[in-house]
Write a protein that binds this ligand. Structure first.
Ligand code: G3P
Ligand code: MG
Length: 248
């Protein structure tokens, strides 16, 4: 069981696989992150219309694939046909949208760790949290280190908690809204994952006193990295897998 006390994850986490160096949230990105020495990745997961958890950041398909409309409106069979690489560069043409199963297989094969950001289609927050937690629990069954589930959506995290309470959860925060720490505690979170600008001695102290690990996104410059290390925070999600070498 992962707790703030028993924290098995590395400090460095590759955002969406390999940041912007490869098409985000594709297997090619994960492979590139691994080539740069990364052992943990963040990815964004939502449900297809027929309930398959797959990787996509935006609500809609246009920016990062050849599809159109809401990702969650299409059945997996149709999503699987899309090109999710050529928008990035010609060398990634033919790259497909991965399922969570595909990414789990990659991580488990390599002994790497995963942070699954639950990114639900609007209106399906709780259902997505439940489904992703059930899938993750099945995929990582018997493994020593489960994936870290996270979300900006407290409804999604409530769903994950109800479905698979043993899977570790982190509350994502882009601002410190009223009651953020109480909410994280009620959700049984082991971590707060903040916009890195929100961490200072006061907020880090509050989170740690509440028994939470302190992680940041998306940290892409050396000065901010140093500040977050000086604050003794626990994890850095970065796009710059080419710039930061994930040693201890
Ligand atoms: O999970 C951390 C970070 O990915 C949250 O923001 O928009 O990049 O998914 P976003
Ligand atoms: Mg994300």
């Amino acid at each position: 069981q992962v707790t703030a006390h028993h924290w098995p994850y590395p400090r460095w986490i590759a955002h969406r696989g390999a940041g912007k160096l490869a098409p985000e949230n594709t297997l090619a990105a994960f492979r590139l992150g691994a080539q740069h020495g990364y052992r943990m990745y963040e990815c964004d997961v939502k449900l297809s219309a027929d309930g398959v958890p797959f990787l996509l950041h935006d609500d809609t398909l246009e920016r990062t694939s050849t599809g159109t409309g809401l990702g969650g409106d299409h059945a997996w069979g149709a999503l699987a046909q899309l090109d999710a690489g050529s928008w990035h560069s010609r060398s990634y043409a033919g790259e497909t949208l991965p399922t969570l199963d595909n990414i789990a297989a990659f991580c488990l094969r390599n002994g790497h760790f995963l942070n699954i950001e639950i990114k639900p289609t609007t209106g399906l927050e709780r259902l997505t949290g439940e489904a992703v937690a059930h899938h993750a629990s099945r995929l990582w069954r018997g493994q020593a280190v489960p994936p870290l589930l996270s979300s900006f959506s407290t409804d999604a995290l409530h769903g994950a908690l109800a479905a698979q309470p043993a899977l570790p959860r982190g509350l994502l925060l882009d601002e410190l809204w009223d009651g953020w720490l109480d909410a994280a505690q009620q959700l049984g979170c082991v971590a707060i994952i903040c916009n890195y600008r929100l961490w200072n001695a006061d907020t880090v102290g509050q989170a740690k006193a509440a028994g939470m690990r302190t992680l940041s996104y998306t940290v892409n410059d050396a000065e901010s990295v140093q500040r977050l290390i000086d604050l003794e925070t626990d994890g850095l999600i970065t796009d710059r897998v080419d710039l930061f070498s994930p040693v201890a």
